[in-house]
Design a protein around this ligand. Structure first.
Ligand code: ZN
Ligand code: ZN
Length: 383
């Protein structure tokens, strides 16, 4: 009897729809097609936010948008998406990319594009941060995709490497589920932080110059993160969850998003608790949050440039790539996110001169694909 045909993963299915076996370099209509799809999709999601702000946008952001500017940006994005779709269809024999971009742009146009009316609706109890996701893609991808394209470590790896769809789901969830984060991370950390605070010590911290507070903020946060991260590696029950992060086999800016919810909630909660107990000024905390949201992504990037002097003091991609390495020498090293000196203090620093790891992942094991499957993976009895 014949074996049943293997079921296609979503990634393979997408590749089959869009692949035409033709070159993808500049001038082949591939880049314009992909860029057209991304822009049209972002515009469509933005227009959906416009129609259902109470369910799809964060209350903290909802009131603050410069509306005229956002409307203009959506319309310009749509125009660009349609132009790129047309260009792709001119240059490329198979039209799947261009047609998809046009369908998405058409849906956004049908819904009113940038000119759509905003309904006067109250706030919903449960909401998604779709607006936060769109802003996240625009700010992160817009910086890191060109950087990786211009200075790649592993040339030819491409954006659509194995696991890209899983990691895109993580990127989406980490932004769209902002409400869950504020309930599960922020609220308990604030409550516990108030109980543990020593007012006189906090007053002393707040009397320091702002820059000193910011620098201390980075140090305290990375020390807390270091301790929690080491625990996630050392304690088998916690490793089940953190293993998800280490299951990426290709490193790029998107790979850093792959973190199990339990990992995110415990790590962020405890780091935030440490910062709140220390009592730093709110602006220093916000500056730190902006830094970590970029730096934690950057250290995963497929980005080759390095500075011998700088990489000893500031975590660069090579430092964190070693944390993900499959070879035995890469086991349990480089736990810090910002400051490699912390690993030097605790004897876990590993940065062999001039070398990068040969590969990434968990030796001998492969995680299932998809956010939902990886969410339940640590609970599987078979592990
Ligand atoms: Zn780790
Ligand atoms: Zn990592």
């Amino acid at each position: 009897m014949d074996d049943p045909a293997p079921r296609l993963t979503a990634e393979q299915w997408l590749a089959r729809v869009f692949a035409d076996g033709r070159p993808r370099h500049f001038g082949t209509g591939w880049l314009s097609g992909v860029l057209g799809i991304v822009l049209a999709l972002l515009a469509l999601l933005s227009v959906l936010c416009w129609h259902f702000p109470q369910y799809l946008t964060l209350p903290e952001l909802r009131e603050r948008y410069p509306l005229a500017l956002v409307r203009l940006a959506i319309d310009i994005g749509l125009l660009a998406a349609m132009g790129l779709a047309g260009l792709s269809m001119l240059l490329r024999k198979r039209k799947a990319l261009g047609v998809t971009a046009l369908i998405l742009a058409g849906a956004a146009l049908t819904l009113g594009a940038g000119g759509a009316e905003i309904p006067r609706a109250g706030s919903s109890v449960i909401y998604l941060g779709l607006d936060w996701f769109v802003l996240g893609v625009l700010s992160t991808a817009a910086i890191l995709v060109p950087l990786e394209g211009a200075f790649p470590l592993r040339r030819g790896q491409g954006a659509f490497r194995r696991g890209w769809l899983t990691d895109t789901q993580y990127f989406f969830a980490s932004h769209a589920l902002a409400q869950l984060m504020s309930v599960a991370v922020l609220a308990p950390a604030v409550a516990l932080g108030e109980m543990l605070a020593v007012p006189s010590a906090q007053a002393a911290v707040q009397s320091l110059p702002w820059l000193v507070q910011f620098a201390l903020c980075v140090l305290v946060a990375d020390l807390a993160q270091y301790g929690v991260h080491r625990a996630f590696h050392a304690i088998p029950l916690l490793w089940r969850f953190h293993k998800v992060h280490h299951s990426v086999e290709t490193m790029d800016w998107l790979a850093g998003s792959r973190l199990h919810l339990v990992d995110v909630i415990v790590t962020r909660g405890l780091v935030l608790l440490a910062l709140l107990v220390a009592g730093f000024a709110e602006t220093a905390l916000y500056a730190y949050l902006a830094l970590v949201s970029f730096h934690a992504v950057f250290i995963h990037a497929n980005f080759a440039p390095r500075s011998r002097w700088l990489e000893r003091w500031v975590a660069m991609p090579r430092f964190h790539h070693w944390h993900h390495g499959v070879e035995p020498e890469a086991r349990d090293v480089n736990f810090a996110v910002h400051l490699p000196v912390i690993d030097r203090w605790f004897g876990t620093y590993h940065l062999p001169e001039g070398r990068w790891p040969g590969g990434y992942g968990i030796a001998g094991e492969r995680a299932p694909e998809g956010w939902v499957k990886q969410l339940v993976w640590p609970f599987s009895m078979r592990q």
